[in-house]
Design a protein around this ligand. Structure first.
Ligand code: CA
Length: 197
């Protein structure tokens, strides 16, 4: 095999590898829309919560959301652990209504416990009790698993949640350039085969 062919094949193989790496970091959350019953959808919940589709807050009856309600001084948590690629940047986006403020969102150290935050942000009181606010948050994954969590603390605020997504940030220009080069190499190989045949 000629050196040119070898290098072309190597380039094609590298581009395919980079594509599969991108695909693996695409959809990382299970039921981010919360339209399946939370206990069986990949989310872990503790403390008081309601899974609801009240027309007071959503117009489509198939659009469910979760309301975390701290009851009797016990914090209410909702968490999910998912696969990540260490060192990769991710963006989290979600809709929320926080009735009194002081509710929290962030990265957890694997378990739903107020001592296990790696990083968190306090969500302030929403402007209206029927107006969904949008929040975004970015983080760089520390390992091959990441846990995000939401908490309504015992102060009594309710935290309504819907449309939660986690996506890897835009692919690096270098890997996109490699992907395009790989596509070009595939086209070139196909063209040479056609010419030979
Ligand atoms: Ca929903």
């Amino acid at each position: 095999m000629s050196n040119v062919k070898k290098s072309l094949l190597a380039l094609v193989a590298a581009s395919l590898l980079s594509v599969s790496a991108l695909a693996n970091t695409g959809s990382v959350l299970s039921d981010g829309n919360l339209d399946s019953m939370p206990a069986s959808s990949g989310w872990d919940l503790s403390g008081g919560y309601r899974w609801n589709n009240s027309q007071f807050l959503v117009s489509d009856p198939s659009d469910y959301y979760v309301a975390l309600r701290a009851v009797g001084g016990i914090d209410s948590y909702m968490t999910q652990t998912f696969a990540t690629v260490a060192g990769t940047l991710y963006t989290v986006a979600f809709d929320y209504i926080s009735t009194k403020g002081g509710t929290q969102f962030g990265l957890l150290n694997g378990t739903a416990n107020s001592n296990s935050w790696i990083d968190y942000e306090v969500l302030g009181k929403s402007s209206g009790l029927t107006n969904w606010d949008k929040a975004t948050y970015t983080f760089t994954a520390l390992s091959d698993q990441t846990t995000i969590g939401f908490v309504s603390a015992s102060a009594g605020s309710r935290l309504y949640l819907n449309n939660i997504s986690v996506a890897a940030a835009v692919p690096e220009p270098a890997s996109m350039a490699l992907f395009m080069a790989g596509l070009g190499a595939l086209a070139l190989v196909a063209r040479r085969r056609r010419l030979k045949g």
